[in-house]
Design a protein around this ligand. Structure first.
Ligand SMILES: CC(C)(COP(=O)(O)OP(=O)(O)OC[C@H]1O[C@@H](n2cnc3c(N)ncnc32)[C@H](O)[C@@H]1OP(=O)(O)O)[C@@H](O)C(=O)NCCC(=O)NCCS
Length: 172
């Protein structure tokens, strides 16, 4: 019987990005039109969730893009603001999206966990104090909050997680 494997892979030329559909045109278009260039030029590192099954072409079922960034402490919730410099080195989850076929279950959390794991690995080598993500809207803001990110939500959809907290998130 053929086995189905889901793997996180760094975006490479052999990946077929055309079939991906997360239900949001913006995220579909970014993957199809901009991800390769961003990945190649180093503006972001793009990772894919790829489904592999014997005899069937691999299918991209999710992706995330991360990059280093400078994070300003204003706009951060108190407990994070206190722990960081006014301008701190950090990491941005620039994109994260899941194919419709996998939405509504545990795969969204899994994909986010993979993104955080990749960031923590990078921070262990190259530093960085805080992880940030800019939610698309309030629904997505609430989703990130449910996953442990903190944000004030007051005229500001940016969410934060300290890298030290992320380490605990990965190894509870
Ligand atoms: C964010 C995401 C990975 C989470 O996946 P998941 O854990 O399977 O969660 P769901 O897809 O069930 O989404 C959770 C809730 O957020 C809502 N939601 C997700 N993305 C949304 C968006 N872009 N706009 C509005 N609502 C959104 C869903 O409708 C759902 O609402 P419900 O609980 O009332 O049904 C996935 O929803 C996704 O790929 N969304 C589209 C891309 C996106 O918006 N990414 C966020 C980048 S900041």
């Amino acid at each position: 019987m053929s086995e189905t494997i889901y793997a996180i892979e760094r975006l490479a030329p052999e990946h077929d990005l055309g079939d991906f559909d997360c239900g949001q045109d913006y995220y579909n278009a970014w993957l199809a039109r901009h991800a390769e260039e961003a990945n190649a030029r180093g503006t972001a590192a793009v990772y894919l969730l790829v489904r592999r099954r014997d005899g069937i072409a691999p299918r991209v079922c999710g992706y995330f893009a991360i990059c280093p960034t400078m994070v300003r402490s204003d706009g951060a919730p108190r407990q994070i603001e206190r722990a960081m410099m006014q301008q701190a080195p950090g990491w941005l989850i620039a994109k994260l999206a899941l194919d419709r076929s996998l939405r509504g279950g545990t795969w969204g959390r899994e994909l986010l966990r993979e993104a955080i794991e990749e960031i923590v690995r990078s921070a262990d080598r190259g530093g960085g104090q805080v992880i940030v993500v800019d939610a698309e809207n309030e629904r997505v803001f609430d989703w990130y909050r449910a996953q442990g990110f903190l944000g004030t939500g007051i005229d500001n959809l940016r969410l934060f997680m300290k890298v030290s907290t992320a380490r605990k998130y990965l190894n509870p």
